[in-house]
Design a protein around this ligand. Structure first.
Ligand SMILES: Nc1ncnc2c1ncn2[C@@H]1O[C@H](COP(=O)(O)OP(=O)(O)OP(=O)(O)O)[C@@H](O)[C@H]1O
Length: 650
């Protein structure tokens, strides 16, 4: 083509390149476009080869076609390297006429096909909370046996045990202690742990080890006796003292309490009971627990049959006490299991489980003893026999190396956390859940809707934070709140509240008419106090010399003081578990009890939401205290406040 001409009506673009290669950008067009242009290129270049051999490649495009293309494309073409030229042919009709015999007019592009349509996005139905709660749940928990909390079983005299599975001697002991019937949790657990078949009560069961047990039962429902009785009954058959039962508890106070129960039930059975809490020096504890510290005994050495301890001190003995061995354990009790599992205490659980488990690695077989003095194989547990450095002749007796240790887990707020449960390495576990029949069984445990004692009444009072002390004093006097445990959020708050209350009581006594009632004795109880002082305070409270004990959550779990008639949460508990354990210090063993929670206005929403989540809001009655009821207390309260300010200023 020698020149470019164009008419206004029929303008065409002609893209000319020196190379035979199509411009790279053409390949970027959509498929139809690219194909169309390729066809055109081919046709036009054929048409022009004869007229102008210098032109290597020409692309002709209808203007209307270019309109359909994105502008970007034209721009891209213009941006081609300098060797690409664009020529506008003014009179394309002439050219068309000239080449009509050779150039095919391209077909107009077919209209774009509609895109395939997809269904509109929609939210699937959300699974219910109960369905979600059951996700990933331990199958043994799903298959839990539900126990009606009203179930009881009378404890008969004489030879017939009446289904309690208890020996006559133990039944007599219970009667002496004033216990005439078994509570619900005991009625199910005793037959499970004390089967009639005596082989299943054996101290060692390496071929058919016992199943582990998890128990969820409300506060004050008698869980302690539910494990103390089977342990005493089973261990009473022992001849040699070995460490056969280990009870792990979260606090020293609980260790003391559980020890008392073991001593009361096991009286006269000859079983040795020891504790390890760190209250005494380590060497003193060692001398209490271990008979022989000098030589390395493969079977360990123990002065006690039953050890009750806190996890920290247990670790110290596992690592630092020679001949302290857990290989003979028949029972491992983890009371307040959810609390203990929540805290790692130097990985205490992993280490305890490892100490009960027979090592899988056998010692190197030795043909002849290297020394004349062999380690003393003093009563090694059957599952550990293979660890002796003697030639082992495999027989069916050496095949099974399972530990005979049965794990028993207890809590009023048992964890559902599959990870935590897996860490326990439970053996074919059996769950018992003591729960009212109207509830939803395992789903409730899974959703952490814990059962409460049926004899408990609950109240909440919403108030301004500045009025909280005044309302507390009002409760004490107007609702006769005595024999009460009052929970605050910290050790420091307990001290402050006690001082304010003491000043208030003094001011009140000063202005009271003669004989208008005695001063209420109130004391603080928290981890800030030395252990001996705490013990003395608790004794005084049990003896009712102290009417109100203001405490931190240190004793919110497990502590059993029968005469506690009121529990006041002066500061709201942080979660439902804490609430359950706090209020559970009253209404124990079928007695009546009353729980009060003082809720600051800004906390009310959270607190109610917490109760609602646990399906418990309707159980907590709301109590309003009017200004008129508080008015008479105000002068003494203001005096007390002034005195407190002065005391802290000093
Ligand atoms: N069969 C029974 N008859 C009478 N009293 C019992 C019986 N079993 C237990 N008790 C008493 O019930 C009280 C509460 O028992 P225990 O302390 O074992 O409760 P718990 O379930 O462990 O509570 P928590 O979850 O708060 O630790 C104790 O004083 C105990 O002596």
């Amino acid at each position: 083509m020698s020149a470019a001409t164009a008419t206004a009506a029929n303008t065409k673009l002609c893209i000319r390149t020196k190379n035979a290669v199509a411009p790279q950008n053409v390949a970027d067009f959509n498929e139809d476009e690219a194909q169309g242009i390729e066809d055109e290129k081919a046709d036009v270049s054929h048409a022009n080869i004869s007229e102008s051999p210098a032109v290597d490649n020409v692309v002709m495009v209808d203007e209307k076609d270019t309109k359909m293309r994105p502008k970007k494309r034209l721009k891209t073409v213009n941006d081609e390297p300098e060797d690409a030229e664009m020529v506008v042919l003014e009179d394309a009709s002439e050219q068309l006429e000239a080449s009509s015999s050779r150039v095919e007019i391209p077909e107009p592009l077919s209209p774009p096909r509609p895109l395939p349509s997809f269904p509109l996005p929609a939210l699937p139905d959300a699974p219910s909370k109960s369905v979600l709660a059951l996700q990933g749940l331990d199958q043994a928990l799903v298959d839990a046996e539900l126990v009606d909390p009203t179930t009881t079983l009378p404890i008969p005299d004489g030879e017939d045990d009446g289904g309690t599975m208890l020996s006559e001697r133990t039944r007599k002991r219970l009667k002496d202690l004033g216990i005439t019937e078994l509570f619900a949790v005991q009625t199910r657990l005793l037959p499970f742990l004390l089967p009639r078949d005596s082989t299943q009560r054996a101290l060692y069961q390496p071929f058919d080890p016992p199943r582990d047990v998890c128990i969820s039962a409300p506060t004050g429902s008698g869980k302690t006796l539910a494990y103390v009785l089977p342990i005493i009954e089973t261990l009473s058959s022992r001849i040699v003292t070995r460490l056969r039962a280990l009870v792990v508890l979260p606090t020293r106070d609980l260790v003391t309490q559980v020890r008392e129960t073991f001593e009361a039930i096991g009286k006269g059975r000859g079983l040795q009971i020891g504790t390890a809490t760190g209250q005494q020096s380590f060497s003193h504890e060692q001398s209490q627990l271990i008979a022989d510290k000098s030589s390395q005994l493969k079977g360990g050495s123990s002065k006690v049959d039953i050890l009750i301890c806190t996890p920290g001190r247990l670790m110290d003995h596992i690592h630092g006490t020679p001949n302290f061995s857990l290989q003979h354990l028949r029972f491992l009790v983890i009371d307040e299991a959810d609390r203990l599992l929540a805290q790692s205490y130097q990985d205490w659980l992993v280490q305890v489980l490892a100490a009960t488990r027979p090592p899988s690695k056998l010692p190197e077989p030795i043909s002849e003893p290297k020394t004349s003095c062999l380690p003393v194989a003093d009563a090694v547990a059957p599952a550990f026999l293979h660890t002796l450095p003697y030639p082992v002749v495999p027989t069916f007796l050496t095949e099974s190396r399972a530990s005979s240790c049965q794990k028993l887990l207890f809590s009023a707020t048992l964890t559902r956390n599959p990870g935590k449960i897996a860490a326990l390495e439970l053996r074919n576990p059996k769950y018992f859940v003591v729960q009212e029949s109207r509830k939803e069984g395992v789903v409730d445990v899974a959703m952490e809707k814990f059962s409460m004692p049926s004899t408990l009444t609950e109240h909440m009072t919403v108030c301004e934070s500045s009025q909280k002390p005044l309302i507390f004093f009002h409760l004490v006097h107007a609702h006769n709140v005595t024999n009460a445990l009052v929970f605050t959020k910290s050790a420091e708050s307990t001290v402050r509240l006690v001082r304010l209350f003491e000043f208030f009581e003094k001011a009140r006594a000063k202005h009271a008419v003669a004989g208008a009632g005695q001063e209420t004795v109130v004391r603080a109880y928290s981890s800030d106090l030395p252990a001996s002082e705490r013990k003395a305070i608790l004794e005084k409270f049990k003896a009712q010399e102290i009417q109100i004990l203001v405490c931190s959550d240190l004793i919110s779990r497990g502590i059993d003081i029968s005469h506690v008639s009121h529990v006041v949460s002066y500061d709201v508990p942080v979660d439902m578990r804490k609430y359950v354990h706090r209020v559970g210090r009253t209404a124990r063993a079928g007695r009546a009890g009353d729980a009060w929670t003082l809720v600051e206005e800004q906390e009310a929403r959270y607190f109610k939401a917490m109760l609602r989540e646990a399906d418990h809001l309707d159980k907590v009655k709301r109590l309003r205290v009017g200004e008129r009821e508080l008015e008479p207390l105000v002068p003494n309260y203001e005096t007390a406040l002034d005195q407190l300010k002065q005391a802290y200023a000093r």
